[in-house]
Design a protein around this ligand. Structure first.
Ligand SMILES: [Fe+2]
Length: 245
């Protein structure tokens, strides 16, 4: 069984709960779609888990901003990435691990990106909101997914699956899907450390053969919020964890 994680954002409490559940499920490989750090208060311990345990760990826009110093972040994100750089850069091993991150990975018929196939670091895969957008998504999947069947994406912090048969949003009554044979799909796994679909629980996915499961788990977000405040990061970064935005 493979676990696909994204957007951990230096949230140790959320990652701990996810790793514990994955170990209980018998996960053998961890694939991370980027944004291990940024926003959150525990970049060092989270980066150590990522560098030590994950088979794939992609370059997200926050990793890119940290190592290059170039970004168009809002002031909260910019302050957090500057603070994060101060934590990580003194550790030469971790710093060079972050610098070496790749922007995409391929595994059989699976493509992994942080953003989208158009721009693997920065672009957002948006959930279709009306029939025109749904058709545009189907056209994209048919036209652009020629060399692979499934693209795992992060960055939007929202779990859903867009296929050539339509879009599916997981919910507590339905979290498991069989990946449709002969169809193409974008699988957005949501965010481990900063969910934005108004559900505060940590989000990730597992893949066991053709069976894809979207998971949501409670974690001790109050502790993470306290750590954000203690680190002097912006109050909004603490508040949004409590609202799932
Ligand atoms: Fe992110």
């Amino acid at each position: 069984m493979i676990a696909i994680l994204s957007d951990i954002h230096a949230n140790w409490e959320a990652l701990s709960v996810v790793m514990e559940r994955c170990e209980a499920l018998g996960v053998t490989q961890y694939l991370c779609l980027g944004d291990v750090i940024g926003y959150g208060p525990d970049p060092l311990p989270v980066a150590k888990i990522a560098s030590g345990r994950f088979t794939v760990s992609l370059m997200g826009n926050h990793e890119e901003a940290m190592v290059s110093g170039k970004h168009r972040f809002n002031p909260h994100a910019a302050q957090a990435i500057n603070w994060t750089r101060q934590q990580i850069q003194p550790d030469a091993t971790l710093w060079s691990w972050f610098q070496a991150r790749k922007t995409f990975a391929v595994k059989g018929n699976l493509l992994m990106v942080h953003g989208s196939i158009y721009d693997p670091v920065h672009d957002y895969v948006d959930e279709p909101e009306n029939p025109i957008e749904a058709q545009q998504m189907i056209d994209t999947l048919n036209k652009d997914f020629s060399g692979f069947d499934i693209c795992f994406a992060g960055h939007n912090h929202t779990p859903f699956m867009a296929t050539t048969m339509g879009t599916m949003v997981p919910h507590d009554g339905h979290r498991q899907f069989r990946l449709p044979k002969g169809h193409k799909a974008y699988v957005c796994v949501g965010s481990v450390g900063q969910p934005r679909d108004r559900d505060v629980r940590t989000s990730f996915a597992t893949l066991d053969g053709e069976v894809l499961t979207f998971h949501r788990l409670d974690y001790d977000l109050r502790t993470t919020q306290e750590k954000i405040r203690k680190a002097g990061l912006n109050e909004f970064l603490a508040e949004r964890l409590g609202e799932g935005i």
